[in-house]
Every structure is written in C-alpha cells, then in structure tokens.
Design a protein around this ligand. Structure first.
Ligand code: AMP
Ligand code: MN
Length: 271
C-alpha cells in the first residue's frame, strides 16, 4: 500500500497532464492517489479514467489556498468533494489568482524585473490556476526557484501579495459545503511554531491533518499524530508530487513515516 493524497497536474502548477500524473503514480507503486490541483478540479475526471485503466484508486480532491492570521499562505485539502458544487469557488479563486499575479508582477517591475502579466500567463499555458511558480519562471528564476521565492515571493518577501479570500475557516466551509472532507495540508510547511500549529488545528474544525510530508521532521510528525489522537482526526500523507523534474517534489514515496504510523484515507462523509 502506498497512499499519496496530494499531487498536481498542468491544471495548476504540476508538470504533467492529469493522466500522466496517474501513470507515474502507478509506476511508483501508489495504490491510492488524490489529484489535488490548487483551486481546481478540472483534471479529476481525466485522472479518474486513467486510474481506472491502471487499477489504482483515485480520490477526487482539491487543494484550497487560503489565508489565516498565522499564515498568509495556508493550504486545506478537500477530499470526496462534489465537483459541480465546488466549481464556482474554483472559478472565483482562479479569477483572484490572475488579479494577484498582476499585483505581484507590478511589484517585480518595481524591483527592476522586465516582466509582464502576459509572460506569466504564457508560462501557465493551459493551467486554470496561475500561481507564483509561473510568475517565478516568467521572471527568469531558473530551474531551482527556491532562492527567487525566498527573496521575492514568500510572505514578507519583496514582491509578495497576500490572498484576500478565502480565509482558512471559509476554505473548510467550502469543502464541507461540497460534501467533502477537509484536511489541513503540510502544517509545518507554513507554520513553524508547534503551539501555533496546535491552535490553528483546534480552531479550524478540520477532519484530518497531513501528518506525513517530506519536509516534516520526526518531532513534527509525532506532534501532528498526537493532535490526531487527541482530536480524533485522520492522519494523511503525501509527497506533493509536482512532476518528474520538479526541484522539490519530484517523486512519490518521498515522505518518511519514521515508524510512527501510516497515513490513512479519510472515508467519505456519510450522506
Ligand atoms: P501559489 O499557488 O501562487 O500560492 O503558489 C504555490 C506554489 O508555490 C506551491 O505549490 C509550490 O510549488 C510553490 N512554492 C511555495 N513556496 C515555495 C518556496 N519557498 N520555494 C519554491 N517554491 C515554492
Ligand atoms: Mn500545498
């Protein structure tokens, strides 16, 4: 069994088409996969068809980007969401992404970059959700976008523009409203203080925590598992696959369980 509850396709900022992501997952021995494009579900049908062909389980999913007082950039995954019900929220988020990209591009121009919104849109090519990786590439950040992100695109950096909608609470509401299960993604990617991670999760009303994640240390994983135990939440896990040559997230099976447990697939909510 290999559970991978986050992956990204060309519908957002991944490198492969939805079917290509599923093919790579099957090759890597993944048995349960979620395609969780940022603020988009348009790839799910293609992924589901590929998964059926290849004999692996595909969970319909979305990764909603949102804001919270502890983190300007927080992600909540929704599993088992009804695709039609969540579609208007995706559309709104995708529109707001274009507006935000325009503001970030203006900030980069101010920092001396010769970049235009059209360049970022072109980098995004077929993607419904334009994002900071497309902007970074348009600005010439190169293969390893990490240093460019750190200088310009992460919260507090020179060209960063926060999202305005949805809040984390609204993201959870949107997912629940679409009949889905809400799981806070990679909490220690966005927040470093354990006390804040605990406070966030207690307040959010999520159903699960992505405890197993490549960047999580053994201590962080253990903390998240203890929160799952205490609050009766499902521990999930992913390698956050973005494509075969992605600098950070290029393979399945990249998270460490540290012998502390195994990720689980949250069951669909009872109707
Ligand atoms: P956005 O959708 O605009 O919020 O951008 C989110 C994407 O940016 C994530 O999926 C990552 O691929 C990428 N990203 C976020 N933080 C970093 C970082 N520090 N270094 C490189 N890429 C990052
Ligand atoms: Mn994420």
């Amino acid at each position: 069994m290999l559970i991978e509850l986050q992956s990204h396709s060309t519908v957002s900022d991944g490198q492969l088409e939805p079917a290509g992501v599923v093919e790579k997952a099957a090759e890597a021995g993944v048995t349960t996969l979620a395609l969780s494009d940022h603020d988009a579900v348009a790839g799910v049908a293609e992924a589901a068809a590929a998964a059926e062909r290849l004999g692996i389980e595909l969970v319909p999913a979305i990764e909603v980007s949102c804001v919270h007082e502890f983190a300007d950039d927080l992600h909540v995954c929704g599993y088992w969401v009804d695709l039609g019900t969540i579609a208007p929220a995706c559309e709104r988020a995708q529109h707001e992404r274009v507006a935000r990209a325009g503001e970030i591009v203006e900030n980069l121009q101010r920092e001396g970059f010769d970049i235009h919104l059209e360049d970022a849109v072109e980098e995004a090519s077929g993607a419904l959700s334009i994002g900071r990786p497309h902007i970074a590439r348009a600005a010439g950040a190169g293969e390893d976008m990490g240093p460019f992100f750190e200088e310009y695109l992460v919260p507090g950096a020179k060209a960063f523009v926060p999202r305005r909608w949805p809040t984390a609470a609204q993201a959870v509401e949107l997912i629940h409203g679409a009949g889905g299960v809400a799981v806070v993604a990679h909490p220690y990617w966005d927040i470093s203080e354990p006390a804040k991670v605990g406070e966030l999760i207690r307040a959010l009303g999520v159903d699960g925590i992505e405890a197993f994640y490549p960047s999580h240390t053994k201590e962080q994983t253990a903390h998240l598992l203890s929160l799952c135990d205490e609050l009766n939440l499902v521990p999930t896990g992913s390698s956050d696959y973005h494509g075969p040559t992605h600098k950070t997230f290029s393979r399945f099976g990249a998270y460490d369980t540290y012998g502390l447990g195994e990720p689980q697939l949250p069951p669909p909510p009872l109707p």
